[in-house]
Design a protein around this ligand. Structure first.
Ligand SMILES: Nc1nc2c(ncn2[C@@H]2O[C@H](COP(=O)(O)OP(=O)(O)OP(=O)(O)O)[C@@H](O)[C@H]2O)c(=O)[nH]1
Length: 306
């Protein structure tokens, strides 16, 4: 089930990506020579650049120099830890500083470890491996807390978190973002007719079908609650979202799940769609209003917010 989620941050160790931050390219080169064969290495020569690379590439681990002009490693680490989008990326400081107080400052900034320069290759390799393993386990636990137990898609808690982070990404890139709220039609009657266990099976089929219909890596399907699902579509305008909604209606119809008391004789869905480039808009509320309209207009259809 976890594999099914295709979480970008749950890469296996050999595929792990490490960001090396140092204002001296020669120091980056040294680390590259030690780790470059096992891991994908990204580089940044300043704190602000490191934060940009983190947001763009979400490395699994950061190896950070402490003393850098303009913005030092401690400040950069603190900024990372204060930013929910990248706070979970562990930071190991690599530094020539010797004083206990300087080491304490690294822990206080939120580092998970501390490696002395000049770097001992074996120490670096083993510490990196240990922290990547811990990171992978933490990611796994986090993802389990975000999975809906019945359907295997994300749960509402993850949807809220993901929407929040993707609104920030789309705002930064000046791209539209859309969401859909999807509700199974006459599901109470379905449960009443077939029983709750068969109802559960139908929910699982619908969830999987919706997930298969959304094809871009950044698209996300989650169970919003009961027989309601939600889909987040970054970099998608209302035309694109409407196109996907139409495809979902067809895909659910093609499942041909018998529903004798519905007008079509099959399980169908209604969808409310909303997209925006105004990043303070309450998209969920807008999509919910459109879902209400779709239900009112006869179900088995989608409505798009103007
Ligand atoms: N089997 C099953 N049923 C669920 C689950 N969660 C919610 N439901 C049922 O989903 C039904 C939702 O009913 P309503 O909110 O009245 O909506 P509806 O019957 O689909 O009608 P419309 O949405 O207006 O088309 C209720 O009967 C809930 O018990 C679940 O986890 N499993």
């Amino acid at each position: 089930m976890i594999n099914d989620l295709n979480l970008s941050h749950m890469q296996s160790l050999p595929n792990a990506t490490i960001l090396v931050v140092d204002d001296q390219p020669i120091n980056i080169q040294v680390i590259y020579q030690i780790l470059g064969e096992q891991y994908q290495i990204l580089m940044a020569t300043s704190g602000p650049e490191a934060i940009n690379v983190c947001k763009k590439s979400m490395p699994d681990l950061v190896l950070m120099d402490v003393v850098m002009p303009e913005q030092d490693g401690l400040t950069t680490c603190k900024l990372m830890k204060a930013d929910s989008e990248i706070a979970n990326i562990p930071v190991i400081f690599v530094t020539g500083l010797q004083q206990q107080s300087e080491e304490n400052a690294c822990w206080d900034a939120g580092a998970v470890d501390f490696i002395q320069k000049p770097v001992n290759p074996s120490t670096l390799q083993n510490r990196v491996k240990a922290h990547l393993t811990l990171k992978r386990q933490a990611d796994l636990l986090r993802s389990m807390a975000y999975v809906d137990g019945l359907t295997g898609v994300y749960n509402r808690r993850y949807f809220e978190k993901y929407l929040h982070s993707q609104v920030a990404v789309c705002k930064r890139l000046q791209q539209p973002i859309a969401i859909m709220i999807i509700d199974i039609d006459h599901f109470k009657q379905y449960n009443d007719h077939f029983g709750h266990l068969v109802g559960d099976d139908a929910l699982k089929l619908v969830a999987q079908c919706l997930k298969n219909s959304s094809q871009r890596p950044a698209d996300l399907v989650a169970r919003y609650g009961g027989e309601e699902f939600v889909c987040v579509l970054p970099n998608t305008d209302s035309t694109g979202a409407a196109h996907l909604a139409a495809q979902m209606l067809v895909a659910i119809s093609d499942l041909a799940i018998e529903h004798p008391t519905s007008t079509t004789g099959k399980v169908s869905i209604s969808i409310g769609v909303a997209a925006t480039t105004n990043y303070t808009t309450n998209l969920t509320q807008l999509a919910d209003e459109q879902l209400y309209l779709a239900k009112q207009q006869g179900r088995n259809r989608y409505c798009v917010a103007p």
